[in-house]
Design a protein around this ligand. Structure first.
Ligand code: AMP
Length: 432
């Protein structure tokens, strides 16, 4: 019997984990710089929460949720996105009402039962932020700036910001009526699902991937042309603020965001080199969601970005890779099992300053040094019978080839001196 990972999932293997951790670090740095505190809601919640928050007729809820009944008969679902859980957490823990803006960030796995393809998985990871308690356009611009700053810090050069507006409770109902009318005349071109959506939630027709439905929409009215004055002014202010920050953007009249909760600003950031699944992240304003979920009226805005997609781009562009070399670490080579206590003592001391990996395999020194080189560490520390007797160690700088036998208690000092001396000394002493 050969086990395989479930379809649409990924293993994070050791070759990719350094880059993954670098991305996590970039995320932590940038959200901290912008004043966002990290939160971590559970990965499953009551199914009802997602149905309510994300929308019953969205694809994400109606087709893509991993839902199950627990042993007490409750319906729970693995989270398909992060906002609903954060909003639930904020209400349940009474985090609102302190005045000011509540700025929160998260990072973790999401689950959607969709057809897997490049850049689309059933378990994937997102980082995201939510900013609650302020309805003005400046906060929308801040979030877009934060997303762009994170992607740039991850080494991405070319980015495209698409910006749109889905209107608000003042202008959207009238627009939806117009759209419904327009779609009524095209009923024969719509797929059966969209014929239903035309009645229940015509905006969702924009989500449909069927060519007939795409064609039908070509001449349908667009929300951007039917915004009320407030929504238009809001959008124009966001644009002006982005222009001020020299963030290039374009208006997208066809932007589809697959979740129901958005109001006014919606946005996506794309990597133009990525092909079909080019969106790295997206989000928007959701001014009624907190209230709809049982909290006080609270305007808010958020986004999420896909970490696997980001990792893919970073790998292609090689932007972060070099800096992850553990160039300051050490590889401890034991020439005899008798060196084990000796090695444990040295490793414990050195680990306060540098990463240390210990080789207990008893292989030849040549084989052990080969592994040390593969690991990309700067130092090998060799412990043979002579070193055990003398309580010493042989330190080898794998960059320069220089090596020196010295008392074990002086090791750290010499390592630090060699690390501080740049560039490394030329390859001199012969190998052992
Ligand atoms: P969404 O929550 O659908 O707005 O998605 C936000 C971002 O998450 C997207 O721009 C993608 O980068 C990423 N994403 C969404 N769905 C998936 C998926 N099934 N697999 C991998 N990444 C995804």
């Amino acid at each position: 019997m050969k086990y395989q990972r479930p379809r649409g999932t990924n293993d994070l293997t050791p070759d990719r984990s350094p880059l993954w951790r670098r991305l996590r670090h970039v995320y932590e740095e940038v959200v901290t710089q912008f004043g966002y505190a990290e939160v971590d809601p559970p990965i499953f919640e009551a199914t009802e929460l997602f149905a309510r928050a994300v929308g019953e007729d969205t694809d994400v809820v109606s087709k893509e949720m991993y839902s199950f009944t627990d042993r007490k008969g409750r319906s729970l679902s693995l989270r398909p996105e992060g906002t609903a859980g954060v909003v639930r957490m904020v209400i349940e823990n009474g985090l609102l009402g302190g005045g000011g803006i509540l700025r929160l960030a998260y990072w973790g796995p999401m689950f959607r039962y969709d057809r897997p393809q490049a850049g689309r998985y059933r378990q994937f990871h997102q980082f995201g932020v939510e900013a609650l308690g302020e309805g003005g356009p400046a906060l929308d611009a801040e979030l877009i700036e934060l997303l762009v700053a994170t992607l740039r810090a991850a080494g991405l050069g070319e980015l495209r910001v698409d910006l749109g507006s889905v209107g608000d409770r003042c202008c959207r109902p009238a627009y939806v009526e117009r759209l419904r009318e327009a779609l009524t005349g095209m009923d024969d071109r719509l797929c059966p699902t969209c014929r239903e959506r035309r009645v229940t939630n015509p905006l969702r027709v924009f989500d449909c991937k069927e060519t007939g439905c795409h064609e039908a929409l070509k001449h349908a009215p667009r929300m951007l042309d039917h915004l009320c004055d407030d929504c238009r002014a809001h959008l124009e202010r966001v644009e002006a603020l982005l222009a001020d920050q020299a963030i290039p953007f374009r208006r997208d009249r066809d932007m589809v965001r697959g979740l129901d909760y958005y109001t006014r600003t919606v946005f996506e950031v794309h990597d133009p080199g990525l092909g079909a699944q080019s969106a790295l992240g997206g989000g928007g304003r959701y001014d009624h969601l907190v209230e709809d979920c049982g909290g006080p009226p609270t305007p808010a805005v958020g986004f999420s970005a896909g970490i696997e997609r980001l990792l893919g781009v970073v790998e292609q562009e090689g932007a972060l890779a070099a800096s992850e070399r553990r160039s300051y670490g050490a590889y401890l080579s034991l020439m005899t099992p008798a060196a084990e206590p000796h090695a444990a003592r040295i490793a414990a001391r050195l680990r306060r300053a540098i990463p240390v990996e210990v080789d207990f395999t008893g292989r030849s020194l040549k084989a052990q040094l080969k592994t040390a080189n593969q690991r990309g560490v700067r130092f090998a520390i060799i412990l043979g019978p002579d070193e055990i007797d003398a309580r010493s160690a042989t330190l080898k700088d794998l960059d320069s080839g220089v090596q020196k036998t010295l008392p074990e208690s002086d090791l750290l000092e010499l390592i630090q001196a060699w690390l501080a001396s740049e560039p490394p000394a030329p390859r001199a002493a012969p190998g052992r």
